[in-house]
Design a protein around this ligand. Structure first.
Ligand code: SI3
Length: 322
């Protein structure tokens, strides 16, 4: 489908539509599908979506951090978004991350995502000219929203990467008044019990995604109902179990499964030099058999030796490995 220019959509007759996203449970942030030569491997998206469906994962967050959105061209990002949006029979909720440094690129991708039926658009802040106040951030979100006025919009809060560490509860309180499509945030921040809980209290129709797998059980204990967790790609059974045990009131049981998830992440990060998208992508290949290819520089793929160590250690914990 040919995409329309964002300015046309900005002046669309329908204007803004107040819209929220109805999603509960675990969403997977998708890994970028690359060939060995580093070019896009779009054929992998269909089997990847089928794998997620089989695992009971009904939502994806495309072109985000582990999706290496910022390492792709705008054309590549649109192609990946279209490939996922063509798989909605398998994975019905598709959030397309459109953050970039150039606002025009952000708007172009947001308009494209809307015109192809994305469930929501998400954006990082500008990570070079960073917003210094929540008002500046709301101004920015308002400009992005003009390019996708009929689609729920999410802010991607991940201060460990962006160094933008504004109060998210303050941002949401101001944002809902000025951006009709603001539908929530992805809260990739360990302070789920403090600031995370405050965000939940701003407006119950917003979705506050918990972003760190490491704090999933704690997030659910304070009232989060949805997460975007990379382990949803390769050990979704652990996250799902944490959700179901918490729903059944078994916090101790859920903490035990959370410990298993931490152990799995520790095995991966031991070989990738701490938190690292390459380690997570390697784990996804090892635990699912999906050939998603290497990462792009500056994210350096694990060596074969390190991959073998991850495979051996995950296998020793009883995970099926490829
Ligand atoms: C920076 C990052 O990778 N964060 C992960 C977490 O799931 C993370 O991998 C996990 O907590 C392990 O540290 C997700 O929040 C990723 C994500 O949503 C994305 O790729 O945009």
């Amino acid at each position: 489908m040919a995409s329309i220019g964002w300015k046309q959509s900005r002046f669309a007759p329908h204007g803004y539509k107040m819209t929220r996203l109805n999603f509960k449970g675990m969403m997977a942030p998708t890994f970028a599908p690359f060939k060995a030569d580093g070019s896009l491997n779009l054929e992998m998206v269909k089997p990847y979506a089928a794998h997620l469906k089989k695992q009971g994962v009904t939502g994806v967050w495309v072109n985000g951090s582990v999706g290496e959105g910022l390492s792709m061209t705008v054309a590549e990002r649109k192609a990946v978004a279209e490939a996922w949006l063509a798989c909605r029979d398998d994975v019905p909720t598709v959030i397309v991350h459109c953050g970039a440094v150039c606002l025009k690129d952000v708007q172009e991708m947001a308009c494209h995502a809307e015109s192809h039926g994305a469930s929501a658009v998400a954006v990082l802040p500008n990570v070079y000219e960073r917003p210094a106040t929540t008002d500046q951030l709301v101004d920015y979100m308002q400009e992005v929203a003009k390019a996708c006025p009929r689609t729920p919009l999410f802010y991607y809060h991940i201060p460990m990467k962006t160094c933008v560490n504004l109060s998210m509860s303050e941002f949401l309180a101001k944002g809902v008044k000025r951006v009709p499509t603001l539908a929530g945030i992805k809260f990739t921040d360990m302070d789920v019990s403090g600031e995370g809980r405050k965000c939940l209290a701003v407006d119950s129709t917003l979705t506050i995604f918990s972003g760190f797998d490491e704090s999933l059980q704690e997030a659910l204990s304070v009232g989060f109902t949805a997460c975007v967790n990379s382990s949803g790609n390769f050990v979704p059974q652990l996250g799902s179990r944490i959700f179901s045990l918490m729903a059944a009131g078994d916090a101790d049981g859920a903490k035990k499964v959370q410990d298993q998830l931490l152990d799995c992440l520790a095995i991966i990060f031991a070989e990738s030099g701490g938190f690292n998208g390459a380690g997570l992508k390697a784990a996804c290949t090892i635990l699912t058999g999906l050939q998603l290819g290497p990462t792009r520089l500056p994210v350096q793929m694990l060596t074969q030796d390190r991959m073998n160590t991850v495979r051996k250690n995950l296998g020793s914990r009883g995970f099926k490995v490829y």
